[in-house]
Design a protein around this ligand. Structure first.
Ligand SMILES: Cc1cc2nc3c(=O)[nH]c(=O)nc-3n(C[C@H](O)[C@H](O)[C@H](O)COP(=O)(O)OP(=O)(O)OC[C@H]3O[C@@H](n4cnc5c(N)ncnc54)[C@H](O)[C@@H]3O)c2cc1C
Length: 431
């Protein structure tokens, strides 16, 4: 049987996580030919908290997945614990849905990729992008190392294969090897995350609140510079996603070991959350944040999702930004089709990213940078946790749960702070 993968396409998307799958689905729905390639064979795991905040829900609804998500688990907001307090902070609603969810990435990503294929994208599994062929300043083709036996079983061999494209969307995640080949540079002097997750059985897997602990203590009760979360995955699963993370910069590297921290954290919560003894599939990873990446686009290619550091520095979420940037780049490519004047992504895409996220990422990474200052969180945490009002505002701001249509005072303050912060940035997001 001949291989059905095209050797040329309108749009080539490399990386089939939420960002790439969303881009491919929207591009295909706009009627363009699209190939969606990934080094992995799906379903595959991705180290993540699996949390879907209202921003992510909004994008999943646009894709037509509302009922599918609601069949998993639905949560009402965040239960914040710390410094002797527990606050219940409902999702604010406004221009976004007033509910959230959590779906293990093995399942979510497989479903999103399948949606893209059903929308008309052609999938290329087990295909690692290893090189590009340039034609002047344009990417003419991407070279893949393709496993001849997907899954890589004994005796598997690999071959090189080229896919030529008019436009290339790079959605290859945090390390973005293809982005690097094209000149992407990640600036670690701007705050980034180091985080881990594990799965644990829990008698509270159906809890309708996600929990976050802003005060983490080590074995000797010392305060650690990290935060923890418990995201229930629903009664059907019987498990929670439990994780811990910390923020770092090149100057102030992370001073906690994430995997031991998750164990200490789980031990402390075991009774309250009815946790089982086994921490399943513990894994940790880095999170580029707040658009701290240069060279996010060239003449006919653009980075999206984690590859473009589209992660909120204040809460580490990036699924929503991946889905959003996938949709926005697809709209751009669909609009450009058939136009006489050629689209130059190299100038349009960084401007568009800054327009969407410049202000919020700028202020968020400035505030997140403060958290890396030793002893600041233990000093400010108790003050914040004493006030429902402050924490409600913090939830809204930390989650960037502010849309352009929100006109209330909290939204206006957030936008004002973002503008002021961006104006003072020596290196604004995406530059
Ligand atoms: C511990 C942790 C907890 C987190 N918790 C949350 C959370 O609760 N909620 C949230 O919204 N976000 C969370 N995030 C962030 C979130 O996981 C990412 O922002 C999100 O996965 C970004 O999606 P993406 O599609 O850009 O990249 P990915 O999901 O990483 O997908 C990239 C894809 O590219 C493929 N790829 C890589 N290199 C190549 C190559 N050379 N050729 C072909 N394919 C390639 C990979 O196989 C992968 O499938 C968390 C992150 C971490 C580390």
């Amino acid at each position: 049987m001949s291989d059905p993968t095209p050797t040329t396409t309108d749009v080539l998307v490399v990386g089939a996580g939420p960002a790439g799958a969303a881009a491919a689905a929207w591009v295909a729905r706009a009627g363009l030919d699209v190939v969606l390639a990934d080094a992995a064979v799906f379903p595959r795991d991705k180290t993540c908290g699996d949390g879907l905040t209202p921003r992510a829900i909004s994008e999943l609804e646009r894709l037509g997945l509302r009922d599918w998500v609601r069949a998993h688990t639905v949560n009402h907001g965040l239960r914040a614990h710390g410094f002797g307090q527990t606050l219940h902070l409902p999702w604010p609603g406004g221009g976004l849905p007033d509910w959230g969810s959590a779906v293990p990435r093995t399942e979510l990503d497989d479903h999103l990729r399948t949606l893209a294929l059903k929308s008309g994208a052609v999938g290329l599994d087990g295909a690692r992008a290893v090189d590009v062929r340039m034609d002047g300043d344009r990417v003419a083709a991407v070279v893949f190392k393709v496993s001849t036996a997907p899954g890589g079983g004994a005796g598997a061999t690999s071959e090189l294969r080229e896919v030529a494209c008019r436009h290339l969307v790079v959605a290859d995640g945090v390390r973005s090897p293809l982005g690097k080949l094209l000149g992407r540079e990640w600036h670690r002097d701007t705050v980034y995350g180091v985080a881990g997750r594990t799965y644990v059985t829990s008698t509270r897997a159906d809890d309708p609140w996600i929990s976050s602990h802003l005060e983490l203590r080590g074995e000797d009760d010392e305060i650690l510079s990290g935060y923890g979360w418990v995201f229930p995955l629903g009664a059907g699963s019987g498990e929670v996603n439990l994780g811990a993370g910390t923020l770092a910069t090149a100057k102030r590297p992370a001073d906690v070991a994430i995997k031991p921290l998750m164990k200490v954290y789980a031990d402390r919560l075991r009774e309250e959350f009815g946790l089982g003894a086994e921490l399943r599939a513990p894994a940790s990873a880095l999170l580029p944040m707040g658009g701290a990446v240069s060279n996010v686009a060239g003449r006919n290619w653009a980075l999206i999702g984690d590859a473009a550091a589209c992660v909120n520095p204040l809460n580490g979420e990036g699924i929503d930004y991946g889905l959003e940037t996938g949709r926005v780049v697809a709209e751009l490519l669909a609009d450009a089709t058939g136009r006489a004047d050629d689209l130059d992504l190299g100038t349009v895409w960084p401007d568009l990213l800054r327009e969407h996220y410049g202000e919020s990422f700028s202020i968020a990474r400035r505030l997140a940078g403060l958290v890396t200052v030793p002893r600041l969180l233990p000093a400010l945490g108790p003050v914040g946790m004493r006030s429902d009002l402050l924490m409600t505002l913090a939830l809204r701001w930390m989650g960037n749960l502010v849309t352009d249509s929100d006109r209330d005072r909290a939204a206006r303050v957030w936008r004002w702070a973002g503008k002021a912060s961006l104006a003072r940035d020596a290196r604004p997001p995406f530059s």
